[in-house]
Design a protein around this ligand. Sequence first.
Ligand code: F6P
Ligand code: MN
Length: 320
Amino acid sequence: MQNLTDVLASSAVPETLQTVLTVTTETCIAISDALKQGSLAGILGMAGNENVQGEEQKKLDVISNDMLKDALLACPAVRAIASEEEDYIVPANTDGEYLIAFDPLDGSSNIDINAMVGTIFSIYHQTGDQPATEADFLIPGKEQVAAGYVLYGPSTMLVLTTGNGVNMFTYDPTQGTFVLTHENIRVAQETQEFAINMSNQRFWSANMQNYVNDLVKGKDGQRGKNFNMRWVAAMVGDVHRILCRGGIFIYPWDNKDPSKAGKLRLMYEANPMAMLLEQAGGKAHTHTQRILDIQPEAIHQRVAVILGAANEVDTCLSYS
Ligand code: F6P
Ligand code: MN
């Protein structure tokens, strides 16, 4: 079986990007090891607390951020990073060629219940003779040269696109490497499974309420078929399920805080997942446009997300 290094080496991916992907994914293996230690390592809990030894405890999302930040800043091919855990972008090497935006630990409320979490990353090619600034990161998602995530579940899996389909790799601890286990993933156009946080129903737009009401009515409503529902509470887990067995995932705009366009972040959640979904034959939209076409205005910008089976995304959008 091929491992990640073989797959990258036999692809058209430039060597510099191969290096960035290797550094990112090897750091994720170290994050996976830290997660396995859990409370044994004395690192669960809130940042700012002290553990029994009187040392300051760090939350695992802070630890994961520091690990990725240190590894990527030390990589000469990296021009700058942006992270959910960093208020501002961090310039690395002016001569570097890649900008990397990441969510170091997506779904971190799952950590304390020992459930699925993951690292999501988005990579752009960019060169310049000045240190990178936030403005340099404001590139539409369709320009990403690579995107993916590492899922920390019963097994640790890497799901990756470099713009030529989607491959899944499973971490093999006996070899210390990711092994290609699922090649050229395709998402079926139709589905009977949806994922949305139903507790927010009363805050959604009327159109979204009508759409989800019709899903729930199943065979007795105008859809004429029954739907199942799942919610992992970590986008990375819900997207992984959709890539494995289809479905639609929605985190819509809601009027709990009308000033927010949505809950999820464009640069390191919506864009990389949208690239994966499109590369697998699915779709990813906000209520009004294709996610990958959005011109970003800020690195921590939020967007509504409707992604998954192409025909179901179209049906959802047809309610607006
Ligand atoms: O990163 C934000 C996030 O944790 C996503 O991973 C997840 O899909 C969502 O928030 C969960 O939201 P809620 O708390 O509404 O279930
Ligand atoms: Mn997240």
